[in-house]
Ligand binder design. Structure first.
Ligand SMILES: *Cc1c(COP(=O)(O)O)cnc(C)c1O
Length: 359
């Protein structure tokens, strides 16, 4: 029997997102999925333990009220302007469903977070991919006034790490007043400007954040969207037509606690930024071209080494990095910034694999 005959037609056509490898082997230097190399604050762990001890037999608050209030206070917005979800991937999926099923196409860069295209397929959204320039930078001129059913931009962009200035985002918001402009700020805390202060001013702006990267909580699955009430209301409609309880009690408690330890956040964030700058210099010395990054990863290419081959040889040396088999970027490696020791392990492995560059 053809089991696939039982599938809905659209499922047969889906090309799902492929996450980076989560190895079961210990001792690999894992620089392939942009996790934070530092664990979350001890206060987060304490809050999760406490939440686990009381009330797990009961459903959680479906609205994550306390978490919303904490996030809102942190960003200086109203709790009604915050929509938390089970990882920002879920928040993004709901946003695509809520805003981008339009007669006009959704605009996005050709090189960006590849999950966006998967949501388009899942929900039957037509996307128009606008090419980044030869330096892999987003060219805002492509977006101004182009007929659009929405715009999605990752800032900093993935997997390049390049950031747009806030003025470019603001120009985009003004040039597309009739469309939702979704700015995915998964990596913003590593050095880019956040569009959060524009939420109050622009009724078409939706900013999406995750706690997976700068807040060291990839294992907890929490993200959120921020926008004016009418946008949040649409997201709530979708969520309440899908899953009333996307965040469990431990997730709500742990996520809120992550915002209460700003000292720890600042320390780990600065450590990652410093390691990124050091890693960039080391990669230059090994002959790599490295895009300037405002994220917790670098996007690098070696002029004389095939990227896919290099990634697999690095794996043999116990170092995982990410390679995307995609036109325009298939000679690049995306390398997450680890601890100084992890970065050093990568650099040492590369020294073994690469011929020493001539001076
Ligand atoms: C990591 C990442 C996400 C997903 O974050 P989760 O909250 O872990 O689902 C979303 N967007 C971009 C650009 C990312 O890199």
């Amino acid at each position: 029997m053809d089991g696939q005959a039982l599938w809905s037609p659209r499922v047969r056509e889906l090309v799902p997102y492929v996450p980076g490898e989560q190895p079961r082997i210990a001792n690999l230097v894992k620089l392939n999925t942009n996790e934070n190399p530092y664990p979350p604050s001890p206060r987060v762990v304490a809050a999760i333990e406490q939440a686990a001890r009381q009330g797990l037999q009961l459903y959680p608050d479906p609205e994550s009220t306390a978490l919303r209030e904490t996030i809102a206070a942190h960003h200086g917005i109203d709790a009604a302007q915050v929509f938390p979800g089970n990882g920002s991937d879920e928040v993004l999926a709901h946003a695509f469903f809520a805003f981008f099923q339009q007669p006009r196409p959704l605009l996005m860069p050709d090189i960006t977070y590849s999950f966006y295209r998967v949501y388009c397929q899942l929900y039957g959204i037509r996307a128009e991919l606008l090419p980044v320039d030869d330096a892999l930078q987003i060219d805002m001129a492509h977006y101004a006034g182009r007929p659009a059913g929405g715009v999605v931009i990752a800032n900093p962009n993935a997997p390049t790490g390049s950031a747009l200035p806030l003025a470019a985002i603001e120009t985009l918001l003004q040039s597309q007043p009739g469309s939702v402009v979704l700015v995915d700020e998964a990596y913003v805390d590593f050095g880019a400007d956040s569009a959060m202060p524009l939420v109050e001013k622009y009724p078409n702006l939706l900013v999406v954040h995750t706690l997976s990267k700068a807040r060291s909580l990839a294992g907890l699955r929490v993200g959120f969207a921020a926008g004016q009430r009418h946008l949040i209301e649409a997201l709530e409609r979708v969520k309440n037509s899908f899953n009333s309880y996307p965040l469990g009690r431990p997730a709500q408690a742990g996520a809120a606690a992550a915002y209460e330890d700003s000292e720890y956040f600042e320390q780990t964030r600065q450590a990652v930024i410093a390691a990124r700058e050091e890693l960039t210099v080391q990669l230059w010395r090994l002959g790599f071209d490295v895009l300037p990054s405002k994220a917790n990863f670098v996007f690098a290419r070696h002029p004389r080494q095939d990227a896919a081959a290099l990634a697999s040889r690095l794996r043999e040396h116990g170092v995982l990095v990410r390679h995307f088999k995609q036109p325009r970027i298939d000679q690049y490696l995306r390398i997450s910034v680890g601890t100084p020791a992890q970065c050093e392990a990568l650099v040492n492995a590369l020294r073994l694999l690469l011929p020493t560059p001539s001076p």
